[in-house]
Ligand binder design. Sequence first.
Ligand SMILES: [Zn+2]
Length: 262
Amino acid sequence: MGLVDTHCHLQTDRFDEDRDEILARSREALDWLVVIGDTLASSEAGVALCGDGIYAAVGVHPYHPEEVIEAGLTKLRELAARPGVVAIGEIGLDYYKYNDAPPEAQQAAFRAQLELAVELDLPVVIHNRESEDDLSSILDEYHQSLPGGILHCFAGSDAYLERGLGWGFHISFAGNVTFPKAQELRDRAVDVPFDRLLIETDSPYLAPQPVRGKRCEPAYVRHTAETLAEVKGVSYDELVAQTAANAARLFRIPVEKSQAES
Ligand SMILES: [Zn+2]
């Protein structure tokens, strides 16, 4: 099994000029990838890219709770029924700059989408920024009804990591784990059981150290895989195979299919 990118935003306008090239490069470098939604429109655009090794998650980011009204949930339900949709996300809480999105509105939108994931029996992709306490108490309520989840672009505390593992969730690391100053984050990765570890790019953001500052793209996930292999003390091939198997199991992507497509 080859590399996979469990979290990228290939539908954003930063790829408008050369999306076909990026898609071709991604398909060459990776077995498969998941395009993540953050608004209703981007969720729909992600679903439109599905097929031939491209899967999608649909959901609304905590910056846009106003989209998660009855009509928005109906739209997400519709999109989630399309072929290739494997998760609800990214959803969660973000208290870093919530001027436009008050915590109460974020929490309501988060809960509504968690309920949708329970209804549709889909795993969730969780975004957290400076909101560990509220996010944790909400997930304490829902995790048992969910078929799994991902703490995406992990950069949280030890306590949050422990809680996430307790929920049975997977922990996904992005390019920031390769940064020289990220030793603390690499130490956390040591504590993630190998069968719960995932890798992602979060492209176009967070390009790994060797390509830092550039627009990130899915093929760069190999740099993150190299760093995590060192951290876990395994070979690169072992790291790639294990993280791909973990992701395939969580998203219920048939391994035969992903191999045939590679
Ligand atoms: Zn993202």
